[in-house]
Design a binder for this molecule. Structure first.
Ligand code: PMP
Length: 306
């Protein structure tokens, strides 16, 4: 049987082939849903699955559901418990991705956020690398601009907003790049990747766009900031980044639940540093891959055992 075998839908865990929704579903028609992406890691040494920063992901889902006026009937604890139950049934022995999805489940025609029925589902799938983290990838500046807070708020993981990400990623792939970096609507600053945050290293300092530059307030971004400041003694600044700063930076990397910590070697065909993974990126990546598997005791509270 292929994975996943189960999903949580309409208040209960059901076999995946019974987890179906109506073609008239409002969220399918209009993208009126908000979701999360959480990773669980298989630790081969201890033969244990750990879910990384699960509470924080569910906190972000519940907080940002206010933007979409979607009421989530479950508490953070209940959502975590459901997720653990689901993973226990799946019995994965590999890394996986968990997708909670809160959506307008009503069948009425019309894009609106009030007067709808709402529901939530969760499923998980095995997921290896989303981006190759072993080499420095090649990215372009997308010709597609980032959605803005006053159009489709990027602060929330709104399903409809991922059309923007899909256009960026597709353009990058069709042009022979691995990923895209995206500028804010006014074209003045670097916002983020198609589905990941970005960090730049200049003169030993880590710099990342502020939360007001139309980014998703990434949980991995937060992890990177903490690791850099507390464990690696690296200064971190949140400030707007110009496009040409990317061309002249010492190191660049993406971060995200899917992307993990992914070094960038080329931007618009210009090498970043020597075009390979830089030393600061390497230090942060090494620490990240250990802490998500609960191998760094200081961060074990972020790793929920299944
Ligand atoms: N930006 C966007 C647009 C994303 O989709 C993601 C992935 N969730 C991120 C950034 C990274 O966020 P996180 O570290 O919370 O996964």
């Amino acid at each position: 049987m292929t994975n996943p075998k189960y999903a949580f839908l309409k208040g209960k865990i059901v076999p995946i082939d019974q987890a179906k929704i109506d073609i008239r579903t409002n969220a399918l028609q209009y993208g009126t849903a908000i979701f999360e992406g959480i990773r669980s890691y298989w630790n081969e040494k201890t033969k244990t699955i750990y879910v990384f920063r699960m509470e924080d992901h569910y906190r972000r889902l519940i907080t940002n559901s206010r933007i979409m006026m979607i009421e989530i009937k479950y508490s953070i604890k209940e959502l975590c418990d459901i997720t653990i139950k689901l993973l226990k049934k799946e019995m994965y022995t590999e890394d996986c991705y968990i997708r909670p999805f809160a959506y307008n489940s009503g069948l009425d025609i019309g894009p609106k956020l009030i007067g709808n029925k709402q529901d939530l589902f969760i499923y998980s799938i095995p997921l290896g690398e989303y981006l190759d983290t072993s080499r420095a990838i090649s990215v372009c500046i997308s010709s597609w601009e980032r959605i803005s807070d006053n159009a489709i708020p990027p602060r929330a993981k709104i399903s409809g907003s991922y059309v923007n990400a899909a256009l960026q990623k597709t353009e990058a792939l069709l042009n022979g790049f691995d990923e895209a970096l995206v500028l804010t609507t006014d074209g003045k600053h670097v916002s983020e990747g198609s589905a990941m945050n970005v960090f730049m290293v200049r003169n030993g300092t880590l710099i990342t766009p502020p939360v007001t530059d139309d980014i998703l307030e990434g949980i991995t971004r937060d992890t990177v900031i903490k690791m850099a400041r507390e464990d690696e003694n690296i200064k971190v600044i949140e400030r707007s980044i110009d496009r040409t700063e990317l061309y002249t930076s010492d190191e660049l990397f993406f971060c995200g639940t899917g992307a993990q910590i992914s070094p960038i070697g080329y931007v618009d065909k210009r090498p970043v540093g020597n075009g390979e993974m830089g030393p600061i990126t390497k230090r942060l990546q090494d620490l990240y891959f250990r802490l998500v598997k609960n191998e760094v005791s200081k961060y074990s509270h972020w790793c929920r055992k299944v």
